[in-house]
Ligand binder design. Structure first.
Ligand SMILES: [Zn+2]
Length: 267
């Protein structure tokens, strides 16, 4: 029988695997049955977790408030800024009259993931920003970025995660130097590709040297979100994954710690 499968059916199957639906032919039943790889793209929160080095921001703290020995139950309480570790920037972070983190529609938090790797460029220029030429080169090789994609920018900065000064790229004057998006790239991705959100493995979707936070404004003005300090991007292929973005639901929050899962066919 197998010898007589029409060629067109084979083509349809191949097209289904290469389509825009993220993990392609994987179904939710496959995922539920354990027939998928799931990569955790979030860092754990602890006292050393990186956060935006702004005034009044503070490290994560966790205090034990009940113990098994004394209370028969182990329980803790925590204190943290919204923008710490792997987190989302809600649309209200930089723009008025935009939704807070609790108002982002669940359907906007699941979508096909795209990974654009600028590690080689960032290697020689810590201030590097993704260009529209980089996007064109990626699309030349992998096809057009699908509408509704969640774009993850891999800069290689993940390897500095446990070195805060290096991760921030601090210079002698206290300035920050780490790669991210340029405004022109953000505009193209948001307005011409219609992506759901922009993520990055550094502290900010704007470069460390940015003073205007242009990318934040472009993303948030369009009602879209950012994802910062995204982990483990070296474990993902350029496309063919589905991302599940699950932020803490803080009423009117401007962001919050976020668990991000990448679902992909078993390798
Ligand atoms: Zn943020």
């Amino acid at each position: 029988m197998i010898r007589f499968i029409p060629a067109c059916l084979v083509l349809v199957a191949a097209a289904a695997r290469a389509d825009d639906s993220g993990a392609g032919a994987l179904t939710l039943n496959d995922v539920a049955a354990g027939r998928a790889d799931i990569v955790d793209l979030s860092y754990s929160l602890d006292a050393r977790t990186n956060f935006w080095p702004g005034e009044k921001y503070e490290p994560f703290t966790l205090e034990t408030i009940a113990t098994l020995e004394k209370d028969g139950v182990l329980s803790k309480t925590m204190r943290l800024p919204e923008h710490i570790g792997t987190h989302i920037d809600a649309p209200n972070h930089f723009e008025r009259d935009q939704p807070g983190v609790d108002q982002i529609a669940p359907r906007d938090l699941i979508g096909p993931g795209v990974v654009i790797d600028i590690t080689p460029q960032a290697e020689t220029d810590a201030d590097y920003g993704l260009t529209i030429d980089d996007i064109a080169a990626w699309e030349q090789e992998h096809g057009r970025i699908p509408k509704g994609a969640i774009v993850l920018l891999r800069t290689g900065w993940g390897r500095f995660w446990s070195m805060p000064e290096r991760f921030q790229g601090r210079d002698a004057l206290g300035g920050l130097h780490f790669p991210a998006y340029t405004g022109e790239a953000a505009r193209l991705l948001i307005h011409e590709r219609g992506v759901r959100g922009l993520g990055v493995d550094t502290l900010s979707i704007d470069r460390g040297v940015s003073k205007t936070f242009e990318v934040h404004h472009i993303v948030n003005a369009a009602g879209r979100y950012g994802l910062e300090n995204v982990a483990a991007l070296e474990r993902l292929p350029p496309r063919g994954v589905t991302l599940i973005v699950a932020p803490m639901k803080i009423e009117s929050g401007t962001g919050g710690p976020t668990r991000i899962f990448a679902v992909l066919p078993q390798r």
